[in-house]
Ligand binder design. Structure first.
Ligand code: SF4
Length: 440
């Protein structure tokens, strides 16, 4: 029996797909390489943006004829789309041929439903997303040299555009001993990079009320034996603090690569988004990061076209981008999410959003390229993570600061640290060759 998993959305979902795979491998399934080959097809959905939801709808709908031709195939839909209020019922109505619908914290029911062969039209969604049954599930890791480790679940922030707190519940931190045990386990299995995951990692420990905090967790992990890289995502500017920066700066294991989503450069828009920080506070922590780690790569998420965004607000965002000079930014256009406060606010016309995103992307691309050029001629340590399918005969990995570097080489290099001299830069990507030179 074989399974095929289609994953949409963030790294949290990628990691949850590893847990789904872990459960299926445990009950004797193997991975398939296509829908056709699979006995069980799982869609792990995302509802954070309209485009992700539409893609999932399109791909699930496309399986209707395959299911008709082969009714024994089991089609499963899990993830955030199922956990929205009324989401599971809507999916069932739109796609009656789907066999199993599971909420984000009902994943553990999948093996039982499959094995019972009573899977027809099952819906298992816990309306109260606070129990993390999926924490203890087996994990079939699929991301090569990197191991994802959840440190917390949920979010307390209620940004007015975001559906996450409604579908993932409030913040719940895992016990520090459990996180450390997972880290030791993956290090003993040979993983060279660990990425700690949470919707808001900087508030890790707040709910434990025993003095545990994110800086302390980073410090404990960084002190473990062995050569490895530690990354984390996602941070929130209101909680990301100088103590965390100090720990990162003092450790050789924690990457100098900070992803700090600003979303807007206008205080009025940040207020309407309920982000709970100002541009001035954001710039203060950025200045501190840069002073402590001059080699840092700072990336961000920037949203264009939030309700009420004026041309002046947009220009303030551009000013902020010029000031910070992000090494890269995930820029996107706001789309209303049903059930969130911003969906009821007056929306910006599509042509205005389009013009703004085009200008912002051009601005950020120019900065990214300028910063990429600064790497030319220098030697950096790269962890080789994979082959680069775009260029046959090459492998790729990242600098400590998060830049993707491609070099000539074969897959035997995957998992090794190599020093690479950068010889060419192309927007966010760098190219180089293995070097004996001294690294920067
Ligand atoms: S911090 Fe805001 S954007 Fe991030 S998950 Fe929480 S509510 Fe959503």
């Amino acid at each position: 029996m074989k399974y095929f998993i289609v994953t949409y959305g963030c790294q949290m979902n990628v990691h949850e797909s590893e847990k789904i795979a872990g459960m299926l491998v445990d009950i004797g399934y193997d991975a398939a390489s296509s829908y056709e080959e699979a006995d069980v097809i799982v869609f792990n959905t995302c509802c954070i943006r309209d485009t992700a939801e539409k893609r999932a709808y399109g791909n699930i709908g496309a399986l209707k004829s395959m299911k008709k031709a082969d009714p024994d195939k089991t089609i499963v839909v899990v993830g955030c789309m199922t956990q929205q209020k009324g989401g599971a019922e809507a999916l069932k109505k739109k796609f009656p041929f789907v066999d199993i619908i599971l909420g984000t914290n009902s994943l553990d029911k999948l093996p039982v439903l499959l094995q019972e062969k009573r899977a027809k039209s099952r819906i298992a969604v816990n309306e109260d997303p606070t129990v993390d049954l999926s924490t203890e599930l087996p994990i079939y890791r699929t991301s090569g040299t990197n191991a994802w480790i959840n440190i917390m679940y949920g979010c307390n922030n209620f940004c007015t555009y975001c559906i996450v707190p409604y579908v993932r519940g409030r913040e719940r931190s895992r016990a520090i001993a459990d996180v450390i045990a997972d880290v030791k386990q993956v290090l003993s299995e040979g993983y060279k990079e660990i990425t700690l995951l949470g919707q808001n990692v900087d508030s890790y420990g707040n709910d434990l009320k025993d003095g545990t905090n994110f800086a302390g967790l980073l410090k404990e992990i960084a002190a473990l034996d062995g050569k490895f890289r530690l990354r984390f995502m996602t941070s929130h500017p209101k909680d990301f603090n100088k103590e965390v920066v100090d720990v990162i700066a003092a450790s050789s294991n924690i990457c100098h690569n900070i992803h700090l989503p600003i979303q807007s450069g206008s205080n009025e828009i940040l207020r309407r988004m309920n982000r709970k920080y100002t541009v001035e506070q954001y710039l203060e922590i950025i200045d501190y990061i840069k002073a402590k780690m001059p080699d840092v790569g700072i990336t961000s998420d920037i949203m264009i076209g939030f309700p009420g965004e004026t041309e002046e607000d947009f220009l303030l965002t551009c000013d902020l981008v010029k000031k910070v000079r992000f090494s890269n930014a995930f820029t996107f256009v706001y789309s209303p999410r049903k059930g969130t406060p911003a969906a009821t606010m007056e929306q910006i016309p599509a042509d205005v959003k389009k013009s703004r995103i085009t200008r912002l992307v051009k601005l950020q691309n120019d900065i990214t390229k300028e910063l990429s050029d600064l790497y030319l001629g220098n030697v950096y340590e790269i962890l080789i993570e994979d082959v680069n399918p775009k260029y046959p005969g090459t492998v790729c990995g990242r600098t400590d600061s998060g830049r993707l570097v491609t070099i000539d080489g074969d897959p035997s290099l995957i998992g090794s640290f190599v020093n690479v001299k950068i010889t060419k830069s192309r927007s966010a990507s760098l190219f180089g060759e293995i070097s004996q030179g001294e690294k920067k």
